[in-house]
Ligand binder design. Structure first.
Ligand code: UD1
Ligand code: MG
Length: 467
């Protein structure tokens, strides 16, 4: 039997405890805004509908969750009030509604499935069916969470927020993760019954449990682990969630066959993709959007984001590979190379100390030490194009826009301001002048000048004493 599912992700809270101008759900974890992790877990359930509830006037939240639609909660009057704001997106929907919080980035799809299964298990018929289920966990410190109060049968009876709890209730360490699944047919009517007569003066979603019980319906709590369910409310939680996510991603990379000499110092993004026989040295940071091909070696101390590294290439140590970099196979990117929005063809080498920005470099090109692609003129960015088999001598500046033809040779120290034809040799520098026997007289002159300055009490300065 098909079970239609709608997911509502709440992200309109003030996030006051983060002490930040950035909405809480946009703070990054493993290179993704926190809420993208929640959406990714939800999407694996293939919901029929999914919607985010965001704060007013924050295009950044809407952009971060797109193409998932974002409805606005005018004012943050509580989690129950926020779900009401999502009702227009649920018009005509019949099935289960799962509510999740944008601030629980460690949730896994497996737990969400367990919760759905509990709600869908037909225990008897009709009114005996579970109308509402929540994911709960045992918290080492339950203080920030809603307590799950159960009846003798072990069913969920109500949820009490810490601030509203009695001394006895406060001692309960079984708490609400924030994930709730509700029979969608009952949700709108139950939301209308929420009141804000609590310490915070908010419409708590958690009060739906008591409302369901008063209507004579069953509610259940499904237990999971704190490591997965804990929410992010402040910067300490954020750092803890990052650490937990990194541990998970490193383990997945190791399980997938990546060699890491010191995994604890390798920082991964949620979407980092590795081929076979990849090796990653210590202190390497992956930003989002990186794909690493088979047999690639990344030496330590590299920073790589939004880039594709072709098979059997070697990167670093100390390379910075920025967004839009794409390399072919067998490419060498050595120490102190910065790449940005540049492509490198098969077998190309840039081994030492270069900035290569906005370039299209062909195959088997050698980029000498100290080469700079001068891509910015203060107003616009321009491209440098280098053909296959070209040789760029050390300490060359390529003043873009400029093209170097196939097989051309740019001599060391050149400043290239005009296109270089295929197979040409380009000298973009002053010709060397040797003055025979001129070194000794020059030495004598410089020595005399220094003595005069000392005798006359000149300090070292920009203007030398006149003779
Ligand atoms: C909430 C739960 C608590 C649970 C805990 C789990 C309620 C009343 N409390 O408390 O039982 O143990 O999460 O982490 O539900 N939000 C809105 N609009 C609002 C208020 C909040 O969209 O008006 C969103 C927030 O952006 C956030 C989520 O709802 O993503 C939870 O809000 P938060 O203020 O963090 O609730 P907690 O106090 O953590
Ligand atoms: Mg919270």
């Amino acid at each position: 039997m098909a079970h239609p599912l709608a997911v509502v992700v709440l992200a309109a809270g003030a996030g006051t405890r983060m002490k930040s101008a950035l909405p809480k759900v946009l703070h990054p974890i493993a290179g993704w805004p926190m809420i993208r992790h929640v959406l990714a877990a939800a999407q694996t359930l293939r919901p029929d509908r999914i919607v985010v509830v965001g704060p007013p006037g924050r295009d950044d939240v809407a952009r971060a969750v797109a193409p998932v639609p974002c409805l606005v909660q005018d004012r943050p009057l509580g989690t129950g009030h926020a779900v009401k704001a999502a009702l227009p997106a649920l018009k005509g929907f019949r099935g289960d509604v799962m509510v999740m919080f944008g601030d629980s980035p460690l949730l896994t799809a497996a737990s969400l499935r367990r919760l759905l299964a509990a709600r869908r298990k037909v225990a008897g018929r009709g009114r005996d069916r579970v109308a509402l289920g929540v994911l709960g966990f045992r918290a080492a410190d339950p203080t920030p969470y809603g307590r799950l109060v159960r009846n003798e049968a072990g069913d969920l009876d109500r949820i009490v927020e810490g601030r509203d709890a009695s001394a006895d209730e406060r001692r309960i360490d079984f708490v609400n993760s924030g994930v709730m699944v509700i029979d969608g047919a009952l949700l709108p009517a139950w939301l209308r019954r929420l009141r804000n007569d609590n310490v915070k003066g908010e419409y708590y979603l958690t009060d739906l449990v008591a409302i369901a019980r008063r209507a004579g319906r069953r509610c259940v709590a499904v237990e999971g682990s704190e490591a997965e369910f804990r929410g992010v409310n402040d910067k300490t939680d954020l750092a803890a969630a990052e650490a937990a996510m990194q541990a998970r991603l490193r383990q997945a990379a190791l399980d997938g066959g990546v060699t890491m000499t010191d995994p604890a110092t390798v920082w991964l993004a949620a979407d980092t993709r590795f081929g076979r026989d990849v090796s990653v040295g210590p202190n390497t940071v992956f930003g989002p959007g990186v794909t690493v091909g088979d047999g690639v070696t990344i030496h330590g101390f590299c920073h790589i984001e939004a880039a594709t590294i072709g098979a059997h290439s070697s990167v670093g140590p100390f390379a910075r590979v920025r967004s839009g970099t794409r390399t072919g196979r067998d490419v060498h990117i050595g120490n102190f190379i910065e790449l940005k929005n540049t492509s490198l063809g098969d077998g190309t080498k840039a081994n030492h100390v270069s900035y290569l920005g906005d370039g299209d470099i062909g195959a088997r090109v050698n980029i000498g030490a100290g080469t700079i692609f001068v891509n910015y003129d203060g107003f616009g960015k321009w491209r440098t194009v280098v053909g296959d088999d070209a040789f760029i001598g050390s300490n060359s500046s390529m003043i873009a826009p400029v093209r170097v033809g196939r097989g051309a040779n740019v001599t060391a120290g050149s400043v290239i301001t005009a296109d270089v034809a295929a197979d040409a040799v380009a000298f973009g520098r002053a010709r060397q002048v040797d003055k025979p026997k001129a070194a000794t007289p020059l030495r004598t002159k410089l020595k005399a000048r220094a003595k005069t300055a000392k005798d006359e009490g000149w300090k070292m300065q920009a203007r030398a004493p006149r003779r």
